[in-house]
Design a protein around this ligand. Structure first.
Ligand code: SF4
Ligand code: SF4
Length: 266
């Protein structure tokens, strides 16, 4: 597949988002007075996948090890700049107020950061004229060819992996230990901006040696994670293999919001 692309500055991609942020970007986002949410998903990880399983390696790189009851799991934590309507950095003329410091994900769009997702123009917010043949080459034969975007994606993935110990420490500090089953939804934790900024600064300032040791061998003293789902069958299946699990009603509860991809089934 060949794709040419030219941004029309329509602003569609700057509305109604949970924008994934690196730790450094989240610190800057919070520092500008904006909100950041913490999304958590958990992957049952009863044994290490084969070394040539590239999808598993990708998931492993951006997650940390934990236990849920007796079930080994891996936890993915995503920091997101969350906003309804226009991004707080979007100006009336559709220019980005923080253009020079905008997050990786804004620079990379509409390309995909996940190496296992193929760019599909129909799934993007860009208008048809942004994909007019003859504009700047973005993909050739299904491969990204825009060197800037390729470099940004590599840096984004590297930051994602490097941030894992910091996120693990952040969850421990904030007492976050609840996640959705991966591919079924996210648990959204929304500490106050002030509390999250202070916690992120604290965990970013600490060396990662202790966390890495814990990551290699999650001990009995490590936080125990709990799955939640809006589907009873999911909870029952997880509990049957030793995990801790609870049902949510989909409407959220005091400590977190459940963002399910599927209708609730009791
Ligand atoms: S930071 Fe800038 S580019 Fe990113 S969503 Fe906000 S306005 Fe758009
Ligand atoms: S939706 Fe596409 S065309 Fe519109 S501003 Fe974003 S990247 Fe540009």
């Amino acid at each position: 597949m060949d794709i040419d692309f030219g941004c029309t500055m329509c602003g569609n991609c700057c509305h109604d988002l949970r924008l994934p942020l690196t730790v450094a970007e989240a610190l800057a986002w919070l520092g500008r007075g904006n909100e950041v949410q913490i999304l958590c998903e958990a992957l049952p990880w009863p044994e290490e996948p084969a070394a040539d399983n590239l999808q598993a390696a990708h998931k492993r790189r951006r997650s940390f090890a934990a236990m849920s009851g007796s079930l080994p799991t891996r936890i993915v934590v995503i920091l997101t700049g969350a906003f309804a309507g226009a991004c707080p950095n979007l100006q009336a003329d559709m220019r980005c107020r923080i253009y020079e410091e905008r997050p990786f994900v804004c620079r990379i769009y509409p390309a995909e950061i996940n190496p296992f997702i193929q760019l599909e123009p129909a799934n993007k917010g860009c208008p048809p004229e942004a994909w007019t043949p003859g504009l700047a080459p973005l993909m050739r034969a299904g491969q990204l060819v825009d060197a800037t975007t390729v470099d940004l994606i590599a840096r984004s993935r590297a930051a994602d992996a490097a941030d894992v110990p910091v996120k693990q420490r952040l969850c421990a500090l904030l007492g976050i230990d609840v996640a959705a089953l991966a591919n079924e939804g996210f648990v959204v934790h929304s500490p106050s901006r002030e509390a999250l900024l202070a916690a992120l600064r604290e965990v970013s300032a600490v060396g990662s040696g202790d966390v890495l040791a814990e990551e290699r061998s999650p001990s009995a003293a490590a936080p125990v994670w709990r799955f939640v789902s809006n589907r009873r069958a999911t909870v029952d299946a997880l509990v049957s293999v030793g995990a801790l699990g609870d049902c949510v009603d989909g409407g959220g509860e005091a400590a977190f919001e459940y963002l399910g991809f599927f209708p609730a089934v009791g």
